[in-house]
Design a protein around this ligand. Structure first.
Ligand code: SF4
Length: 489
């Protein structure tokens, strides 16, 4: 990128400070005591990894933060990062029954962060290492959230797991694609280092299909999990798109996460094309790097914007302006680089497609244009690695959504490359579900999935009754009845 850094190191550091304040111990206990410990709690149902939210909150209320963290990590090995990056307002907190009483929902995300931060800082052993080995080898392609979720569960069941990661550092989206003010790459890497202590080998800089053939992986491993995320950003398909200063938003965010922040170049006037969370991240990080004027250009209405409302709120607070109902028509060049983007009013045509309104064009000056209009699916990459893998018309590998199983007996898939792009927590859950299926495939031993909240809710009912808090021996019976080990602590 030829753009230059704008701010000094100290200014940048201040700008990229995290937004979400961690909880103090007393604040966490007070907040935890507001929880009603609901029967068949909707917050569990809303969590894609089935974390037993009321149970971990109860432990925080009792001052047992480490025990709370163990419970969280048993369900979600990336519970610390999910506490920072999950859209809790639309998941667990969005389902909290307190809202029915016009009260603020329990701050589940911040409580989860509190428990995991305290526990990780304490140095306590939080994750259970396997005590036996099965003699089976599993390859995991991709070290993002789904790959880590799968690898951790398999390692804990005694399988030898090797992760192949093409990038220099592990973590995928968690390390390279989360806005800095939510989670830093260092926090992601520290979490992964702890996961790797389960005995997982992570081979970075090794791309399956380039450095090692897919056939070799199939031959050398008893099973394979593929969680390679999504591909490059879509092109705009307009004149001038390849000019200097026109950058894929994901590449920009990746650069922000790969270099010292004060060395990352940014434009003074930035336009971001798109309306999703990537567009918001690209816009807010441009502001924090020192861009003077940042505008999001979105072709649909404010109501149709796919970025979460709380993300949009951050952008508004950062002074980002959003133009609705406009689409890029061409990139205007001056001295070999972008000087403006030509926008046109956008309307839905007779076919329902968004079209430019004739004669409505105008030029919006900018020295950086960021493209955030979605990502390619990985059908080409997957076809190169495993030519026999079947794909649907939607470009996604055909698979059983409950297990990740594909038409190849030993190959399972999960995360964004299989679901087309969802949240980090969905990817972790899918990785874990695939791990259970892989374990059953390798050993013939079926494990009751811990990711069926309705079953867990029923078990809580059997153990706890309807009105009173769950007791320890009742909780044990409930956990055992759904095939889960009893959390210690
Ligand atoms: Fe607690 Fe809200 Fe979950 Fe009920 S829904 S258990 S009040 S966090």
């Amino acid at each position: 990128m030829t753009l230059k850094p704008i701010l000094s190191e100290s200014e940048i550091t201040a700008n990229f400070a995290e937004i979400q304040r961690p909880m103090a111990a007393m604040e966490a206990r007070v907040e935890a005591n507001r929880c009603l410990n609901c029967f068949d709690a909707p917050c569990i149902q809303a969590c894609p990894t089935g974390i037993d939210v009321p149970a971990f909150i109860q432990r925080i209320a009792e001052g047992r933060d480490v025990a709370a963290a163990r419970l969280i990590l048993e369900a979600n090995i990336l519970g610390a990062s999910c506490a920072r990056v999950c859209p809790t307002a639309v998941l667990c907190e969005g389902s909290c029954v307190l809202q029915d009483r016009d009260e603020k929902p329990i701050e589940i995300g911040r409580l989860q962060r509190h428990a995991t931060d305290v526990a990780l800082a304490s140095g306590a052993r939080l994750m259970t290492r396997a005590t036996n080995t099965t003699g089976k080898r599993v390859a995991v392609v991709g070290s993002g959230p789904s790959g880590l979720g799968c690898a951790a569960d398999l390692a804990q069941r005694g399988h030898a797991v090797t992760i192949f990661e093409r990038a220099d550092r592990p973590g995928g989206l968690n390390t390279y694609g989360i806005a800095y003010y939510k989670m830093t790459p260092e926090e992601s890497l520290a979490e992964i280092a702890r996961v790797a202590e389960l005995g997982i080998e992570i081979r970075c800089g090794v791309e399956v299909g380039r450095d090692i053939a897919g056939a070799e992986v199939l031959r050398d491993f008893d099973a394979v999990f593929v969680g390679i995320g999504l591909g490059d950003g879509h092109r705009l398909g307009i004149e001038g798109e390849d000019l200097k200063g026109v950058v894929d938003a994901l590449a920009f965010i990746r650069e922000v996460h790969s270099r010292p922040l004060h060395e990352v170049g940014v434009g003074e006037r930035v336009v971001v094309v798109g309306g999703g969370n990537t567009a918001i991240d690209a816009a807010t990080q441009s502001v924090r790097l020192g861009a003077k004027e940042v505008t999001i250009a979105y072709r649909r209405s404010e109501r149709e914007m796919t970025a979460y409302e709380f993300e949009q709120e951050i952008a508004r607070a950062d002074g980002v302006r959003t133009l609705f109902g406009v689409m890029p028509f061409a990139v205007i060049e001056r001295e070999g680089r972008v000087a403006a983007v030509r926008l046109a009013e956008a309307r839905a045509g007779a076919s329902g497609r968004i079209e430019a309104v004739a004669g409505s064009h105008y030029d919006l000056p900018c020295d950086m244009l960021l493209k955030a209009v979605g990502q390619e699916r990985q059908s080409e990459m997957l076809a190169r690695i495993f030519p026999e893998l079947s794909h649907g018309a939607n470009g996604l590998p055909m698979h059983d959504s409950a297990t990740g199983a594909t038409n190849l007996a030993t190959v399972f898939v999960g995360g964004d490359c299989a679901n087309g792009g969802r949240e980090v927590v969905n990817a972790v859950g899918e990785g874990k579900r695939a791990a259970l299926a892989i374990h059953a495939f390798l050993t013939g031993e079926t494990v009751a999935t811990p990711l069926q909240p309705s079953r867990l809710g029923a078990a809580r009912a059997r153990g706890a009754g309807l009105e009173r808090p769950i007791r320890a021996h009742e909780a044990e019976a409930a956990w055992r009845s759904v095939g889960r080990s009893v959390p210690r602590g």
